[in-house]
Ligand binder design. Structure first.
Ligand SMILES: Cc1ncc(C[n+]2csc(CCOP(=O)(O)OP(=O)(O)O)c2C)c(N)n1
Ligand code: SF4
Ligand SMILES: [Mg+2]
Length: 297
């Protein structure tokens, strides 16, 4: 008899994100949620401020998520999660993992005060920022996570964003939280492993997940994983973890980085860039990669 071929899954089969969610085709933020929840499991409670995910979840009383969700105000993700954790402990629940789940606008900009406060108090929560590099839910406005050179509706082509992306990883490291990591929707096994590790640590844990957005990046939905992979392979978005703000570990070595042009050319938001501006971006990427490698060595 012919032997049946079997495929070994590298991630658990259980899905906590339902197929009826409301995201656009090729949404990186959905991949991020799927990966994180596979690692955390059903005993998880999410605090989601205003962002694409507060829509993706679905209209009340429906939800595409198989875990508890608390929809909170835009600037309050970390404060709400801190309160939820304290409340659960008061009723004797020490098992539920409490997660603040916010976009880059809700993290780099509007929620940074609450995040900084929670991190300084070392609240026992996991904070996840899925970074699609703009305020997407309200129509693609620039945030401080938007990279230099990008078009958005508030940085039109003639006045593209002329400031660099804010270094949120360095800001979090300065709080000396027990654990923080960058992760990518193109490397879900790496993300899974790090979220599992974080689940076992007490105190504030922070994830910065790179999550391409076809609607805002003017990219093809089928290129989402390719773009996330290229961001790592060009060293634009290095994968690393930091313990107590000082012990840096590189999770993925990039021996021969691909040129940043390969990444930029797949996105309409960078279509207007001239060769000299692309060279400038390449130089910035090289510099940051060098400094991250030094921190990790
Ligand atoms: C205090 C406040 N200001 C503005 C808004 C409008 N608003 C809702 S979602 C959103 C964009 C969120 O951007 P981000 O956090 O990056 O998440 P994304 O939409 O990109 O997923 C904005 C500006 C709001 N709900 N509350
Ligand atoms: S706008 Fe972007 S982040 Fe929001 S649901 Fe669509 S693809 Fe996802
Ligand atoms: Mg965003």
């Amino acid at each position: 008899m012919k032997k049946e071929k079997t495929m070994k899954l590298s991630l658990p089969e259980e899905e906590l994100v339902g197929s009826g969610h409301l995201a656009c085709q090729g949404c990186g933020a959905v991949l991020a949620m799927r990966g994180v929840l596979k690692a955390l499991g059903p005993k998880t409670a999410l605090c989601i401020p205003a962002c694409c995910w507060s829509v993706i979840d679905g209209p009340f009383p429906h939800s595409s998520l198989g875990v508890s969700v608390f929809h909170c105000a835009f600037e309050t993700a970390a404060a709400s999660a801190s309160g939820l954790k304290a409340g659960l402990e008061m009723v004797g629940d020490t098992e539920t993992t409490v997660v603040a789940w916010a976009g880059d606008g809700g993290t780099f900009d509007i929620g940074i005060q609450a995040l900084s406060g929670a991190a300084e108090r070392n609240e026992d929560i996991i904070y996840v920022c899925y970074d699609n590099e703009a305020y997407m839910n309200t129509g693609i406005q620039r945030s401080s996570a938007t990279p230099y050179g990008a078009w958005t509706t508030t940085t039109p082509v003639k006045h593209f964003k002329n400031r660099p992306k804010k270094d949120i990883d360095a800001i979090i490291a300065a709080h000396r939280v027990p654990y923080q990591a960058t992760a990518s929707v193109a490397f879900l096994e790496d993300l899974f492993k790090k979220v599992k590790k974080a689940k076992e640590i007490k105190g504030t844990r922070f994830f910065h997940i790179y999550a391409p957005c076809p609607a805002g990046w003017k990219s093809r939905p089928e290129d989402t994983v390719k773009l996330a992979r290229l961001a790592v392979q060009t060293t634009l978005f290095p994968l690393f973890e930091v313990e107590n703000g000082e012990k840096y570990t590189l999770n993925m070595q990039v021996k021969e980085p691909k040129p940043i042009k390969d990444y930029l050319k797949l996105q309409g938001r960078f279509r207007h860039l001239k060769d000299e501006q692309i060279a400038e971006i390449q130089e910035t990427v090289n510099k940051r990669w060098e400094s991250i490698r030094k921190l990790c060595s």
